[in-house]
Design a protein. Structure first.
Ligand code: NAD
Ligand code: GLY
Length: 355
């Protein structure tokens, strides 16, 4: 049998590899070499994924126990982290053990933060199970939790020892979550890989896990390029927030009835329109972006949400600095630009055009 796909990531605290193979979850000890699993292994997952994959994964590993957290962004909290510490201790995890974070971005961020801080840090393996977490959150070392005051306000950089991607698990991912992952996937295409956009009309189940490998690999390669160039987000890593200033505001104003990827999708369209409005790109770009977003089945308009409320929500975004607006815009596909101090009238015009 051929080796799993293996991508290398260079990181300041230590390099790691990303393994990609359909069916990997069933045969990690045989297929994944060179990462050295610790003495005690904790498979930390959520209550949805434990019966689907967690128990099966633990059964293939020596000396492994399953620990669960509740499912949902509302549990990405310090309370959950405290419970994880207690569960780690009860399961006998010590400094030579390993935590495998098995789940989407919520599990990856929360369990990753617990692993970064338990006993001042234990080994962490990210095993992403959503498209979003495969192409984005499992790579680059950002871990953390939300506070009542806002999303991702507590966190750390904790590079994983490895990222294990089994695209076959996408078969059980709800279709709405698949589309949300596509929003981040095409975002990577707009930032750095126009060819990735040709895969954008892939539908879950239509092409199967082998074709998903191609999509996931290309999208991860964009993330690798960006985090290797700027591991601590002093510059270019901020471009990964393309569409997110608009997107976070849409999520908030919709009281989170819009999922993150859906809001980012409209945010991508808004960013392209704003780029044209301020003379950064040529007139074709907004239409091209909108067509690609539509091809993935994601929304391109925010409907009856109030443009002024969205603008006001953006003004409190943590990505705005000292009260000055800050957008990731596009000069062209593959050429993002960080632009500060955009005229509020231009932003409101764009928002009004997207009702
Ligand atoms: P999620 O983790 O909430 O997962 C979505 C839903 O799908 C959950 O109900 C989950 O239980 C379920 N699920 C996951 N995998 C499944 C599978 N294979 N089969 C069936 N059901 C499955 O959502 P997400 O979109 O993966 O992650 C969103 C989170 O990621 C947010 O908290 C966001 O802040 C974070 N994030 C972090 C980074 C980073 O760099 N650390 C980057 C982007 C996003
Ligand atoms: N916002 C995603 C990242 O920087 O990794």
């Amino acid at each position: 049998m051929a080796e799993p796909e293996r991508l290398h990531v260079t990181a300041p605290e230590g390099d790691y590899d990303i393994f990609i193979e359909p069916g990997l979850i069933e045969r990690i000890p045989a297929r994944v070499t060179g990462i050295g699993l610790g003495e005690r292994i904790i498979v930390a997952t959520n209550t949805t994924l434990a019966p689907l994959y967690g128990e099966r994964l633990a059964a293939t590993l020596p000396n492994a126990a399953v620990v669960t957290m509740p499912d949902g962004e509302q549990y990405k909290t310090l309370d959950t982290v405290a419970q994880l510490y207690a569960d780690f201790a009860a399961a006998g995890l010590d400094r030579v053990g390993t935590v495998i974070a098995l789940g989407g971005g919520v599990v990856g961020d929360t369990v990753g933060f617990a692993a970064a801080t338990y006993m001042r840090g234990v080994r962490l393996i990210q095993m992403p199970t959503t498209l979003l977490s495969m192409v984005d959150s499992s790579v680059g070392g950002k871990v953390g939790v939300d506070l009542p005051q806002g999303k991702n306000l507590v966190g750390a950089f904790k590079q994983p020892d490895a990222v294990l991607v089994d695209p076959a698990v996408l078969a059980t991912l709800p279709e709405r979550e698949w589309r949300c992952g596509m929003a981040e996937t095409i975002k990577h295409g707009f930032l750095n890989d126009p060819q990735l956009l040709e895969l954008a009309s892939y539908r879950q189940g239509f092409s199967g896990p082998d074709d998903a490998v191609q999509l996931v690999r290309r999208a991860i390669q964009v993330k690798i390029r960006v985090v290797e160039a700027d591991p601590y987000e002093h510059g270019v890593r901020a471009t990964l927030n393309l569409g997110h200033t608009f997107g976070h505001a849409i999520e908030r104003v919709s009281h989170y009835s819009w999922l993150h990827g859906e809001a980012v999708a409209v945010g991508l369209v808004a960013a392209a329109r704003l780029s044209y409005k301020i003379g950064l790109c040529d007139s074709d770009l907004p239409g091209q972006v909108e067509e690609i977003v539509r091809a993935t089945g994601l929304p391109t308009r925010f409907g009856d949400l109030d443009p002024q409320a969205i603008y006001d929500a953006m003004a409190t975004d943590k990505k705005w600095q000292s009260g000055k607006s800050r957008f990731i815009l596009l000069r062209s596909i593959g050429q993002p630009e960080i632009v500060s101090g955009v005229d509020p009238v231009a932003v409101l015009d764009v928002l009004t055009s997207l009702r």
